[in-house]
Ligand binder design. Sequence first.
Ligand code: NZQ
Ligand code: ZN
Length: 391
Amino acid sequence: MNNFTFYSPTEFVFGRATETQTGTLVKKYHGTKALIVYGGGSVVRSGLLDKVKRSLDEAKVAYVELGGIQPNPTDPKVYEGIELGRNEQVDFILPVGGGSVIDTAKAIAIGIPYEGDFWDFFIGKSVPQAGLPIGVVLTIPAAGSEGSGNAVITKLDGLRKLGLHTPAILRPAFAVMNPELTYTLPAWQTASGITDMMAHIMERYFSNTPGVEIADRMCEGVLKAIITEAPRVLAEPDNYDARANIMWAGTVAHNGTCGVGCEEDWASHGLEHEVSALYNVTHGAGLAVIFPAWLTYAAKHNVGKVAQFATRVWDVPASDDLQAVALEGISRFKTFLHSIGMPVSFKELGIEHPDIDLLVRKFHEDKGQIAGNYVHLDHQASREIYEIANQ
Ligand code: NZQ
Ligand code: ZN
């Protein structure tokens, strides 16, 4: 096991009606004037935005609003939020929504005190030194941004979708998580979220670091729980316990716990981010296409952990033929993805003719000439993975 520092200070307030505590929590973390950030309207339709505002009123916290954040969020809304936040002198950022809203809020939080262009942080030109505190009201279990130290934004100019990892500054101070708020999610978003959280665990699980039994078993355990709960949550969208288990799984999958002591991979996310940047597909659905393709490549070049994944997560009988075991595991994973309504090829995702040359070029521009750790991907390898996804 590698040395590690794990610092995850987010206060998770989980359960029914917890959104009514939002105002008190903002105050607890010294907010006096909040910038509420939200998406395309689901929180207006559900009445959640009004409830959050009521809670802020009761706690005597002032607020202004920035709505209209779209999935795969882009830079113009970040600039708009920075300007609004500065003009209104807010001292707290309050996203009410999913990963796209939270990530926009995170970028605004570090952009407000910074004199330069917030995009500097995403291209590695500068490292954030300060940020306004962030508190989240989560409406979709998926990206895990409520407990992660990351933000992902697409720059429209050049369609570059880049992630920033600065846990000390980007981890929210609190996250309010009421599973009932997720009852209104369409099946597609529920399933895409499930795929994304599984991928967050797998990016950590596929590691060459030896001696990580705790991390391995945590990853396998959470994956198995998700596989059990996924059909339940899709069949019964208002099953509280199923929603609650999936919601907490999304946080555990990405707040760092599952990867402690491991060298993580993250190539599949890099490969997918190019797809959602170019074609504006739902991130989790993009991963349903990319991850099985990556696994197929990995099974050929470093079979060990793929075979372990097959036996321990997908109950494939063990055998000396590790390749066969691994391939059977990948096949069961794809069957599961289909069963929850996910695509497993570009065509099924609605991309008839992906521009693989461009995807490969952008992937290596953004991630370096060699990407990934479990298997090292050069141009040839990443092309092969995109081509497998195109079969
Ligand atoms: O915009 P509204 O109207 O709110 O609708 C949203 C949106 O259309 C809808 N939705 C959310 N909660 C709902 C709801 N509809 C009905 N009822 C509810 N309770 O769902 C749609 C998707 O929302 P979005 O925020 O885009 O989903 P998600 O949480 O999957 O976030 C995806 C973004 O996060 C990034 C992805 O790349 C993508 O840009 N990621 C962020 C990460 C991080 N910060 O740590 C890690 C991830 O790997 C990921 O890359
Ligand atoms: Zn993801």
